[in-house]
Design a protein around this ligand. Structure first.
Ligand SMILES: Nc1ncnc2c1ncn2[C@@H]1O[C@H](COP(=O)(O)OP(=O)(O)O)[C@@H](O)[C@H]1O
Ligand SMILES: [Mg+2]
Length: 271
């Protein structure tokens, strides 16, 4: 009845206390396999949160649930306080337009030039004109350290590090409020990894975006994160700052940081 009132209060209440992303009791099973077993996680606005965990622990599944590429069996996911699991596809699309994503392996379109890859969201999502989109693509390429001559090259012509840079430029092209990074340093040597980590930090800061990164690379986590959360057996078993993780006595976290084969974490040879 008072829908007009609801609308106006929504605008006037400062939403600083509303987490940018909030997952509550999220479960996801594939066949017999319980991958997510009640994930609870809050990411604050403007925060850079990194989820660590071994391979096959459900890091990518978590990200895909937030993006709406997978539907959880149970639980709630909110973005800016809005329940994104029970939305119309149209509403969901509106939410996803504020999200940028750097996929594992960069996932560039081989048939498109570098600038068209970077401008993809501007051309397709925002229907921007080619000339304006190209100008933004070149600006974003510069931000990740690539010169204009790279714009007309094709992904096949690029090294692994350059592909990641282009993927990063694409992730930031639409000035998203949220950016997801899936294993941003996988397949890169330690020096290139560090370059990419620095670029991620500077790009996220420049946008003032909220960032969620998933990785098994502790060096990357230390560099990128405000807070680190560890996913194990389908749950967030520990969360804290970079400083706190160095001092934690949690045996699971300690074993993961040390990269040790001995400890409470049992690695299945199947993963
Ligand atoms: N679409 C799917 N169908 C069936 N099993 C899946 C699917 N996606 C992921 N899995 C399984 O879920 C588990 C977690 O996967 P994933 O989230 O990709 O792990 P990681 O932590 O390495 O990113 C793995 O055992 C994987 O085989
Ligand atoms: Mg993964």
């Amino acid at each position: 009845m008072f829908s007009f009132l609801k609308k106006s209060t929504k605008k006037t209440i400062p939403n600083g206390h509303v987490p940018k992303i909030k997952m509550t009791g999220v479960y996801k099973t594939f066949g017999e396999k319980n991958v997510l077993n009640g994930v609870d996680l809050e990411i604050k606005k403007g925060e850079s949160l990194v989820i660590i965990g071994g391979s096959g622990t459900g890091k990518s599944v978590t990200l895909k649930c937030i993006l709406g590429l997978l539907s959880p069996d149970k639980g709630s996911i909110k973005i800016d306080g809005e329940d994104v699991l029970n939305m119309s596809p149209h509403e969901r699309e509106r939410i996803n337009k504020q999200i940028g994503m750097l996929f594992q392996g960069a996932a560039l379109f081989d048939s498109m030039s570098v600038w068209e890859n970077v401008a993809f969201g501007l051309l397709q999502g925002q229907k921007m004109r080619k000339k304006a989109a190209r100008a933004i693509a070149i600006e974003k390429l510069a931000q990740v350290g690539l010169t204009e001559d790279v714009a007309d090259m094709y992904p096949a012509d690029l090294s692994g590090g350059m592909k990641k840079r282009v993927g990063l430029a694409r992730a930031i092209a639409t000035n998203p409020e949220i950016i997801f990074f899936d294993e941003p340093t996988t397949g890169l040597d330690p020096i290139m990894s560090d370059v990419i980590n620095d670029l991620i930090v500077s790009c996220v800061k420049k946008l003032g975006a909220t960032a969620l990164t998933i990785t098994h690379d502790m060096a990357s986590a230390r560099k990128i994160a405000d807070r680190i959360a560890m996913l194990y057996e389908g749950k967030i078993i520990w969360i804290g700052t970079v400083k706190e993780i160095e001092k934690t006595t949690n045996p699971y976290v300690r074993q993961f940081i040390a990269g040790s084969a001995t400890g409470p974490i049992h690695i299945s040879a199947k993963e």
